[in-house]
Design a protein around this ligand. Structure first.
Ligand code: FPP
Length: 250
C-alpha cells in the first residue's frame, strides 16, 4: 500500500496546524473504561501526531490540552489530567530534545498547579534551542481569556501614555496575545465529530481551514493526520479574494 505522505505536495505543507483533541471520554466509555484511561491513551496520539507533523515539515503544532472551562470537570478527572501532563512532560523530555522539538505553552500557566507549571517551565527552558518543530500546548487556555487580557493591557498602556488609541491595529493586537511569536494556523483539526471551536484561538483562526473527523482522539494516528493535510491541500484559500485574482497574484 502506498504511503499517504508520498502523494502530499511538499510545497503546500501548512506551517502551523492546531488541534482540538476531543473524544477521550467517549473512547473510554465505549470500552467500559474510566475517562482517565482515554486521556492516557490520548498521549500516544500526541506522540504520533507530533512525529507525523515533524516528518512532514510542519513548523508549529498547537494542541488544546486543557481549557479554562475544563476546571469544572469532576475533581478526580482534573487531578488525573494534571498528573498525566506532569508525567508526560517529564517522561518525554529526552525524546523531545532528541527530535529537535521546542516546547512552548499558551494560557494562564501560573494558574496551573505548581507541580505542573514547574515541570512545564523546566521543559520549555530545556528545549528552547530546538529547531525542528515547535509544540505549543494550550493549557489553562481560552481565547476569551486571552483577548480580555490583551484588551486590559492595551487599555493600561493607553492610560499610561505608552500607546495612542490610533496606534491600535491588527498587528498591535497580535503583539499582546500569547501567540505573538507564532504564525496563525492554516489548518485546525477537531476530532470526535463535534463541529465547534470551543473558545480556541478565536482571533488567530480568521482565515484558518477547518477539518473535522469522527475519529476519537485516542485512535488518531499518523494516517489520520496525513488525511487532514491532504484534505487541506485540495482547498483553495482565497483570503476574501476571488479565484481569478489568485491566479494573477502568482
Ligand atoms: C478532550 O476529550 C480531551 C481533553 C480535555 C484532554 C486532552 C489531553 C490529553 C490527550 C493529554 C495531553 C497530554 C499531553 C502531553 C499534551 P474529552 O474528555 O472532552 O472527551 P469527550 O468529549 O468524549 O468526553
Amino acid at each position: 500500500m502506498s504511503d499517504l505522505i508520498d502523494i502530499l505536495d511538499k510545497n503546500k505543507v501548512p506551517k502551523h496546524v492546531a488541534v482540538i483533541m476531543d473524544g477521550n471520554g467517549r473512547w473510554a466509555k465505549e470500552r467500559g473504561q474510566n475517562r482517565l484511561e482515554g486521556h492516557a491513551m490520548g498521549v500516544d496520539s500526541v506522540r504520533a501526531t507530533l512525529k507525523a507533523a515533524r516528518e512532514l515539515g510542519v513548523s508549529y503544532l498547537t494542541l488544546y490540552a486543557f481549557s479554562t472551562e475544563n476546571w469544572s470537570r469532576p475533581k478526580e478527572e482534573v487531578d488525573g489530567l494534571m498528573d498525566l501532563l506532569v508525567h508526560s512532560i517529564t517522561n518525554e523530555l529526552d525524546e523531545l530534545n532528541e527530535n529537535g522539538v521546542r516546547l512552548t505553552a499558551i494560557g494562564d500557566i501560573d494558574g496551573l498547579p505548581e507541580k505542573c507549571s514547574l515541570s512545564l517551565k523546566n521543559a520549555i527552558k530545556d528545549t528552547a534551542k530546538n529547531k525542528q518543530i515547535t509544540l505549543v500546548l494550550a493549557l489553562n487556555y481560552s481565547s476569551k481569556w486571552e483577548i480580555t487580557k490583551a484588551i486590559q493591557e492595551i487599555s493600561n498602556d493607553v492610560s499610561n501614555n505608552k500607546l495612542l488609541a490610533s496606534e491600535i491595529t491588527d498587528s498591535l493586537v497580535n503583539s499582546y496575545l500569547s501567540t505573538k511569536e507564532i504564525p496563525d494556523p492554516e489548518l485546525l483539526i477537531r476530532t470526535s465529530g463535534e463541529h465547534r471551536i470551543s473558545n480556541f484561538l478565536l482571533w488567530q483562526i480568521a482565515y484558518t481551514e477547518f477539518y473535522f473527523t469522527d475519529v476519537h482522539w485516542p485512535d488518531f494516528r499518523r494516517d489520520d493526520f496525513l488525511e487532514a493535510i491532504l484534505d487541506y491541500q485540495k482547498r483553495e484559500r482565497r483570503f476574501g479574494k476571488v479565484s481569478e485574482q489568485l491566479i494573477t497574484d502568482k
